[in-house]
Design a protein around this ligand. Structure first.
Ligand code: NAD
Length: 492
């Protein structure tokens, strides 16, 4: 993403538009941004660089839709959300191909994970809202009863990142509208296309105009305008920790509700008593799925000393066999990274690791694919590090790069796992039940996987602690976030 351009200076190809009040429209500023295809490094379209005025228009549409939408029955909201889900499923191939082209991820992955999960988000919250209940408290001996209303907040803002574009965009939008809010949403400017296509699906599903408004543009202008808007009363944000900190500063004096899902540096802790083959296969996936660009990837691998050498050899052999290729090729396991800037950032960390005496066990180089020489490809990289204190173990790289190191004891590995500023997730490989419980209790994270990775049940709370965020998404947690609790006390 770069280069601001005026509309007249660019050819009218593959230009996407904002979706406001049920209509597609150009940005009022008439400013456009180039959109790059990571697989070949070429500009293949433009997106609006929306201004404050576009955000205001989106807000106005959302505000006028709120009165009716917040009073729409739960059954009707549910019906529309489930219809959106069905239409996404019917359009699976089109959406998966668009997601892959925009993001660089293998089409196969988008077909298997991203788009089905986006559809599940709508189906799940379409069902969940019909089961969402609030509490009542009988004040015994005082002839009074309290009950809690769970009311939609009004107009809310949803801002999402580029790594799982439609998946994370809809993970926010679905609970927000299910709960009766109207939304001003902004996808990442790096991967805007499936969010653009979603507008069409919502219209077809009969979502009333103004309930969902999608504005495209840079975080620092369009995103900032959403966060600063005095009447957008809640912000659900997923993205980097530094952006989250900035958003928190802007939102705090405006007293907005805030949900922040931020970066991670997740430990993958492997004990000798694990199911070895299952662990090995899953660890390859938890390291490199989506080019390692999943906030939940286990980027620091700690292996118990007795199996360290065996694991190192087997893991490196498997990683070397992963095919880096064009995202449309069915045999590709590692597609392109999302952008040139991101590729360069990830490569800088490989250099840093070398200067810190990290040993590159495999990978480390850019891959130049025939016919796609300008694509953003990188070999999956495994670095052996001598200490958890190095930058490669402390800072989020968010690419196809993992570190490995051995450990001797449970206490030692727990100390290393917790010695980072982040606290999103951890993966634990062991068959020892007591150890599982001890470790799960003490790991400073929001999510622990034991003998599995990224197995998701959408009813469970999702989110991190420390610099990985504030609040939880998922299930009723999300519906609670997108509603205000109001207590009514009746004396009889
Ligand atoms: P980012 O913070 O750069 O951008 C995320 C979104 O915020 C984009 O839409 C961007 O335009 C917008 N934005 C940027 N500045 C803004 C501002 N001042 N005001 C309002 N909006 C603004 O993150 P990214 O590079 O797109 O995504 C990668 C990061 O996201 C990684 O750190 C990753 O760990 C994190 N992530 C976290 C989770 C999670 O659930 N915890 C999930 C996926 C990704």
């Amino acid at each position: 993403m770069a280069n601001r351009k005026k509309q007249d200076e660019i050819p009218a190809f593959a230009r996407i538009q904002n979706y406001i009040n049920g209509q597609y429209e150009n940005p009022s500023s008439n400013e456009w941004l180039d959109n790059y295809c990571p697989a070949n490094g070429e500009v293949y379209g433009q997106i609006p660089n929306s201004s404050k005025e576009d955000v205001e228009n989106a807000y106005t549409a959302a505000k006028s839709a709120f009165k009716q939408w917040s009073q729409t029955t739960l059954e009707e909201r549910s019906r529309i959300l489930i219809k959106i889900s069905e239409l996404l499923e019917e359009n699976l191939h089109r959406f998966a191909e668009a997601e892959s082209k925009d993001n660089g991820k293998p089409v196969a992955l988008a077909k298997e994970v991203d788009i089905p999960r986006a559809a599940s988000n709508f189906r799940f919250f379409g069902n969940a809202i019909t089961q969402f209940a609030s509490e009542s408290h009988e004040s015994v001996g005082q002839d009074a009863i309290n009950f809690t209303l769970r009311q939609p907040i009004g107009v809310v803002g949803c801002i999402s990142p580029w790594n799982l574009p439609l998946y994370l965009f809809t993970w926010k939008i679905a609970p927000a509208i299910a709960a009766g809010n109207c939304v001003v949403a902004k996808p990442s400017e790096v991967t805007p296309v499936t969010a653009f296509l979603l507008g069409e699906i919502c219209t077809e599903a009969g979502l009333p105009k103004g309930v969902l408004n999608i504005v495209h543009g840079l975080g620092t202008s369009t995103g900032q305008a959403i966060v600063e808007h005095p009447d957008i009363k809640a912000i659900s944000f997923t993205g980097g920790t530094a952006t989250g900190a900035h958003i928190a500063k802007v939102a705090a004096p405006l007293f907005k509700k805030l949900s922040l899902e931020l970066g991670g540096k997740n430990p993958n802790i492997i004990f000798s008593d694990c199911e070895y083959q299952d662990m090995l296969e899953t660890t390859v996936r938890s390291s490199f799925a989506n080019q390692g660009q999943i906030c939940l990837c286990g980027s620091r691998i700690f292996v118990e000393a007795p199996i360290y050498e065996k694991f190192k050899n087997d893991f490196v052999a498997k990683v070397k066999a992963l095919k880096v290729g064009h995202p449309s090729d069915d045999s590709t396991k590692i597609g392109a990274l999302v952008s040139k800037a991101h590729l360069e950032k990830v490569m800088t960390y490989i250099k840093i690791a070398k200067t810190e005496n990290g040993k590159i066990l495999c990978g480390g180089n850019k891959v130049v694919l025939k016919n796609y020489e300008n694509g953003y490809y990188l070999e999956p990289t495994v670095i052996e590090v001598g200490s958890n204190n190095c930058r490669a173990n402390q800072e989020e790289i968010f690419g196809p790069v993992v570190t490995i190191m051995p450990f001797e004891s449970e206490d030692e590995v727990l100390e290393m796992a917790n010695s980072v500023k982040y606290g999103l997730s951890a993966t634990l490989w062991t068959n020892d039940l007591k150890r599982t419980m001890r470790m799960s209790n003490q790991l400073q994270v929001g999510i622990v996987w034991v003998n599995t990775w990224m197995m998701r049940d959408l009813r469970t709370p999702f989110g991190g602690i420390k610099a990985s965020g504030v609040g939880r998404e998922g299930g009723f947690e999300a519906l609670r976030f997108f509603t205000e609790a109001k207590n009514v006390c009746i004396k009889y």
